[in-house]
Design a protein around this ligand. Structure first.
Ligand code: KG4
Ligand code: ZN
Length: 349
């Protein structure tokens, strides 16, 4: 592919993210400095239902998108007219929710004659690492663990992703959410289990680690959720054991993520590993990945917790790279619910 680098500079990029249950807007400068990063979480809206209700999510995004963008511009201290480009998440995610952000972004860009670019949410999570003071040099291996994805990529350039592996069933974050539900701890589960695990002993119970093919890079997390559910139904009365169950479950998931992440970096003879996505905010995962990477002579890069979970700064940063490479979106930019991988190299959208 011939690359024509755009001669125009995109200093200030407005990022917009509405793929799930966070209404988020951010302004970044030069693709690496955050001027503002506003996230309006809908957690309390969806909490009573034990998960995200798509229709409610879309409605809340409609209500919040304008004030959230206004706040992001004000906090960045920039006028809407000084923005150089607009980046918006166009998938994967909830279609109704995505449409709110994409429609807003189109109108904002069109009204000001600004270039628009549609960002894949997964690429956005990886781009969060460019917002760190010491980002990894290319190439690096990226392990993305979120509520919707558990993927491994070999990233050779900001827009070149070689897909190495993915979960065959539940995503790592999904396993956290489902286990929290089994334990009656509420939604979203990741942070609650992270907290509860602090009081538990991970050695008291052993849950299975599923590595599938030892040399491959696919994951499977549905079995562990079933194992926890079985354990809980057999030991119903022992509420006092919940911190141990949480800690043992967390340890099992973390163990698999750490081992696969390190072996993926080794397989590529790569000295840099980025750990991104909502689950990357997990304290135990951060601790054990750092330790294992140190032992393996690999530099691990993890964004701050607020840049691991959904935000718009990561979208603005990915958008900055796309705009710089001339990947502008037409005004009929559409949304999509799932990413399609095209072969091993690159992602279709
Ligand atoms: O990246 P993200 O904000 O949204 C998606 O793109 O899915 O990730 C959300 C997921 C949820 O499943 C949530 O339970 C999990 O990340 N998560 C955590 C933690 N914080 C969020 N999982 C484990 N430990 C945490 N501290
Ligand atoms: Zn996400």
């Amino acid at each position: 592919m011939t690359k024509i680098r755009n001669s125009k500079r995109y200093n200030l990029v407005l990022g917009i993210e509405t793929s799930c249950d966070e209404t988020a807007a951010a302004v970044t400068s030069e693709g690496h400095t955050i001027l503002s990063n506003v996230v309006w979480s809908q957690v309390t809206i969806h909490h009573p239902y034990g998960g995200v209700v798509p229709e409610l999510a879309s409605r809340k995004h409609m209500e919040k998108i304008v004030p959230v963008v206004e706040t992001a511009l004000a906090m960045a201290g920039v006028d809407a007219n000084s923005i150089d480009g607009v980046a918006v998440t166009c998938g994967p995610g909830l279609v109704g929710a995505l449409l709110v952000g994409v429609s807003f972004a189109k109108a904002f860009a069109y009204a000001r004659g600004l270039p628009l670019t549609g960002v894949n949410h997964v690429h956005g999570h990886i781009a969060a690492i460019y917002l760190q003071p010491d980002p990894p040099p290319f190439p690096f291996v990226a392990l993305l663990a979120s509520g919707g994805h558990t993927n491994l990529y070999y990233v050779t350039e900001p827009m070149e992703f070689e897909h190495m592996g993915q979960t065959r069933d539940d995503a790592a974050g999904e396993a956290f959410d489902k286990v929290a539900k089994v334990l009656g701890l509420g939604y979203p589960g990741g942070q609650i289990i992270d907290e509860l695990s602090q009081k538990g002993d991970p050695e008291q119970i052993h849950f299975p680690r599923v590595f599938l093919d030892k040399t491959g890079f696919d994951f499977s997390f549905s079995g562990i959720k079933t194992a926890v559910a079985r354990y809980v139904s057999a030991e119903k009365e022992k509420m006092s054991e919940f911190p141990d169950i949480a800690a043992a479950f967390q340890e099992a998931v973390v163990d698999v993520l750490v081992q696969k992440g390190i072996s993926a970096a080794r397989a590529k003879a790569c000295e840099h590993l980025a750990l991104v996505g909502g689950v990357a905010s997990n304290r135990r995962l951060r601790e054990l990945m750092t330790k294992a990477a140190d032992e393996a002579g690999i530099a691990v890069h993890i964004p701050g917790p607020e840049l691991c979970t959904d935000n718009a700064a990561m979208i603005a940063t990915m958008g900055y790279h796309q705009l710089s490479e001339g990947k502008n979106a037409p005004l009929d930019l559409d949304v999509y619910s799932k990413t399609k991988h095209s072969g091993r190299l690159g992602v279709v959208r």
